[in-house]
Design a protein around this ligand. Structure first.
Ligand SMILES: [Zn+2]
Ligand SMILES: [Zn+2]
Length: 257
């Protein structure tokens, strides 16, 4: 693994280390290209809801300044891209795009964690999430990918739904077909492995294999040591191999704006 487009920063309030430490760790571990994709700031949330796990809108300029500085610092050694992990919230997506477009991010990944608009939806990682939220999640991913703005779909198997397995498989199939139709690779998330989480799910990637979805590995780095990734990479590759999948090295980077 020499490419990673899923890297957070301390600005999201749940990741550690400086931006330079992430870049150094990536370089020291042999990466040739990385992208920063911190949790996107939400526009229009002020006064409604405190979405604590993301940078504030006022931090956006400093985020890009820092990445642009690192781009220069690592020039000729490692390629660095700027991006965001974006949620598709129907009520706020337009305003969000208007906020981030002037900064000209190199790419966006879609990382949906909530149904609806977050404050009026359900967290899909909650084992108590309802079937309605699960289908809504699939719908929002479909709507998001139709915009053509996204380079890949992060942790599509995030839902921790504990209801009918048959229902979950139907949703997985819909997600895979949606991503395939949009020409967007899906991610096998190595943070899930590092953190002993409920994903990546083998049952999901068995369906992805049948549908023929390209798969990309993503560190979802929340600390610089995530780039010391051999153990998690091996587990991910073994899981994918058992499903008949060989991941692609890197996604085609789509410039969103
Ligand atoms: Zn995060
Ligand atoms: Zn992430």
């Amino acid at each position: 693994m020499k490419y990673n487009y899923h890297t957070h920063t301390y600005r999201c309030n749940h990741a550690g280390g400086s931006d330079l430490e992430y870049a150094r760790a990536a370089y020291d571990n042999g990466f040739v290209e990385i992208g920063f994709s911190d949790h996107v700031p939400q526009i229009g949330f002020k006064g409604i809801f405190d979405s604590w796990f993301r940078m504030a809108p006022e931090e956006t300029a400093a985020y890009f300044d820092s990445i642009n500085k690192l781009k220069e610092e690592f020039d000729g050694k490692m390629n660095i891209l700027s991006g965001f992990e974006v949620e598709y919230y129907p009520k706020h997506f337009q305003a969000l795009c208007e906020h981030i477009a002037p900064f000209a991010p190199d790419y966006l990944i879609l990382g949906q964690h909530f149904s609806n608009n977050e404050y009026d939806g359900e967290y899909l990682g909650d084992s108590g999430c309802h079937e309605e939220a699960l289908w809504q999640y699939a719908q929002q991913i479909e709507d998001a990918l139709k915009t053509g703005l996204f380079t890949y779909l992060a942790h599509p198997d995030l839902p921790n739904f504990r209801g009918s397995e048959e229902t979950l498989q139907k949703v997985h199939l819909r997600l895979c077909e949606t991503a395939k139709a949009a020409g967007v690779p899906i991610e096998c998330n190595l943070l899930g492995i590092k953190g002993n989480r409920w994903y990546p799910k083998k049952s999901f990637f068995e369906i992805a294999a049948k549908v023929g979805c390209p798969v990309v590995l993503g560190l979802d780095a929340h600390s610089p040591d995530a780039f010391n990734h051999e153990k998690e990479e091996k587990i991910a590759l073994d899981l994918l191999r058992e499903c008949g999948i060989i991941p692609i090295d890197k996604p085609i980077i789509r410039r969103p704006f």
